[in-house]
Structure formats: structure tokens, C-alpha cells
Design a protein around this ligand. Structure first.
Ligand SMILES: C[S@@+](CC[C@H](N)C(=O)[O-])C[C@H]1O[C@@H](n2cnc3c(N)ncnc32)[C@H](O)[C@@H]1O
Length: 334
């Protein structure tokens, strides 16, 4: 914010959700997919989408104002980014991940209550097996995001010469499938809750990696890892947990990875002073409205916890923008 008195940034923050809501509504209504069929007037879009023509006109105007569609005469077309990322069926379609943000959206409206009481009103279990369609949205959302992030992650996660990877909280299994496909001799176990692995098995099979990647039901609160591994990956998991649970999970991994083994932790991480960056601070809050124990951790904190369970940090890398992930590499000491 500016150092001179200026309410503009405050007002812009107060209404920033308008743009979000506009995008989520358009994705839910598949407007970009309908526009991909050809330029259309608001009435034609409404006919394709089965929506109210007057309200559709207002939504298209708002979408044009944020640059997601273009108006040519009385007809609208998708802007280039919208055509690439928001049309169902395109390989780069981001819909499931955006729809997941839409599911979380009402919870942010109760943020003050969460902070006042410390109580979370959503059950994360809904996304983790309890509600079949939300779980499917969530797991496919993770898969689509992982397809994008995976290329950058694979540049940093080097498993050459490793044979058995434990992908703890591996979700859709996308990273395991990609890593197994690019690393000769590597097999991977995707370890996640039963409702999730039912869907990951499907995804790993679609990716053609089912012969090298197994998806096994696993609960890191209750279970030991189901074997010994010379490599482990914990990606996007620790932001759901407070420090004592993080330490427990790291301990379980240490018990299953003998000396010389390698552990990669990939996640949104706060700076060591825990004062930023902004994305990580907001992401931590998103996790806090969603899951009672949500929290982002700093590299310094994780270095200390890893050290306590027998891992030494050997490298820390930041994935390139717009990916907000930091990757810690650690080796199991003897
Ligand atoms: C944000 S996702 C990350 C998935 C994947 N590793 C990735 O980076 O795309 C967090 C994962 O942790 C899993 N998870 C949550 N609680 C768990 C538990 N108690 N035991 C095992 N996995 C759990 C969730 O099901 C989910 O797949």
C-alpha cells in the first residue's frame, strides 16, 4: 500500500471478490466452453447455456471488463487465455481447480468467526472421501494443477538411481506417475486416504503408469508407511498440519527411509520471519478456514524438524512463477 493516505487500495481489496465470483460463475455455467463453439451475442450465449439473457449480458460485460472475453460488435468471443485454460476438454483446462476455489469461497465469508472462535465449520473430510462428487472435483483439480506444476517439479526432484518412492499424501498420483515415467527403474507408492486413492488409481491408469505406480490406502495419523523406501515425496500435505503433526509425519517417513535415502518436501512456505510472502500468508489463511490445523511453515522451521528426525537439508529451491512452491531436499543421516 502507498505511504500517502489513500483509500483506493482498501476499497479495491473490499471488492476484490467481485472478480473471483464472476470467474467462478462463468466456469460453473461453462460460458467459455459455449463461446468456444463460436462468437455469440448475449442472447445466443444464454440459449446455449440455458441461462437468463439479461443476466448473461451483465455477466459477459463483467467478463469483458476483466479481459476474459472480447466484445466484437454485439458478439463475444473468448480471450486467448480463457480459450486455453477455461474451455472444457482442452488439455490445459483449469476448471476443476477453479471450481474447488468456488466450493471454498463461502467459508472465507466466515473468516472473522473462525478467528474469533478458532473453530472451522467445514469438514475437510467432504473433499477427502465423504462426498463423492466433491472428492472427485478435488482430486481431479489437484491432478490438473499437478500436470502444470509437475514439469517444474521434475526439474528439481532428481530420483536417478532410486528404486522405491513413497509419495505421502500423494493425492491424484500425478507426480508419482510423471517421476516413474522419467526415472528408469523407479516404482512408486501413492499413499493417501481410501476415498482419494480410489480416484488416483483411475488417474494413474489413464496416465499409463499403473504398472509402476501403486495407489494404497494410508492414513498418516494412524499408519506406518507400508514398506521401506529409498526416496520419499511430501507434496502439498504439510500445510494441513500444525507443527506437532508435521514432526510425527516426518518421523514416520524417517522410519521408512534408511540412511542415504532422500526426502523432498514441496509446498507453499512462509519466509523464515513468517511475515510473508503475500501468497503464502493468504494460502495459510485459506487452509485455516478449510482445515482446523491448516498452517504454512517456514524453511527454517522444517529444517529444524527434519534435523530432529534424522534428515539433513541439502538443498532448497523455489519453483518458477506463477508456481508458489518451495522444494526442500533432505538426506537421511546414518
Ligand atoms: C493438497 S493435497 C496434495 C496432493 C499431492 N501430493 C499433490 O501435491 O498434488 C493433500 C493430500 O493429503 C491427503 N491427506 C489428508 N489427510 C491425510 C491423512 N490423514 N493421511 C494421508 N493423506 C492425507 C489428502 O487426501 C490430499 O490428497
Amino acid at each position: 500500500m502507498s505511504s500517502r493516505p489513500d483509500p483506493n487500495a482498501i476499497v479495491a481489496l473490499a471488492t476484490a471478490y467481485w472478480g473471483s465470483a464472476t470467474l467462478i460463475a462463468a466456469v460453473r455455467l461453462k460460458l467459455f466452453t459455449h463461446l468456444a463453439a463460436g462468437a455469440a451475442s448475449p442472447a445466443e450465449v444464454a440459449a446455449r447455456a440455458g441461462t437468463d439473457p439479461v443476466a448473461t449480458d451483465a455477466l459477459l460485460t463483467a467478463l469483458a471488463s476483466v479481459g476474459l472475453v472480447r466484445k466484437e460488435g454485439e458478439r463475444y468471443t473468448n480471450a486467448a487465455d480463457a480459450d486455453l485454460f477455461l474451455v472444457e476438454g482442452r488439455p490445459s483446462y483449469l476448471g476443476p481447480a477453479l471450481l474447488y476455489n468456488g466450493d471454498v469461497y463461502p467459508l472465507w465469508n466466515r473468516l472473522d468467526e473462525v478467528v474469533r472462535t478458532g473453530t472451522v465449520h467445514a469438514s475437510p473430510d467432504q473433499y477427502l472421501g465423504e462426498d463423492a462428487s466433491r472428492t472427485r472435483n478435488f482430486v481431479y483439480g489437484m491432478h490438473h494443477r499437478a500436470l502444470g506444476v509437475g514439469r517444474a517439479l521434475a526439474e528439481v526432484v532428481d530420483l536417478t538411481g532410486r528404486h522405491r518412492l513413497a509419495d505421502v499424501g500423494g493425492g491424484p498420483g500425478t507426480y508419482s506417475a510423471m517421476l516413474a515415467q522419467r526415472t528408469p527403474g523407479l516404482e512408486a507408492d501413492v499413499l493417501d486416504l481410501p476415498g482419494v486413492v480410489a480416484i488416483s488409481t483411475e488417474i494413474v491408469t489413464q496416465m499409463g503408469a499403473a504398472d509402476r505406480v501403486r495407489c494404497l490406502p494410508f492414513d498418516y495419523y494412524r499408519d506406518a508407511l507400508p514398506g521401506q523406501y529409498d526416496a520419499a515425496l511430501i507434496s502439498g500435505v504439510l500445510h494441513r498440519e500444525q507443527p506437532p503433526q508435521v514432526l510425527e509425519i516426518m518421523k514416520k517417513v524417517a522410519d521408512a527411509v534408511p540412511p542415504g535415502g532422500v526426502l523432498y518436501i514441496s509446498d507453499v512456505m512462509l519466509d523464515d520471519d513468517r511475515a510473508g510472502p503475500q501468497f503464502a500468508a493468504m494460502f495459510a489463511l485459506n487452509m485455516r478456514v478449510l482445515a482446523h490445523d491448516g498452517r504454512c511453515h517456514s524453511v527454517a522451521e522444517q529444517r529444524e524438524w527434519l534435523d530432529a528426525v534424522g534428515f539433513t537439508v541439502t538443498d532448497v529451491r523455489h519453483l518458477p512463477p506463477p508456481i508458489h512452491y518451495t522444494v526442500i531436499r533432505a538426506e537421511r543421516r546414518s
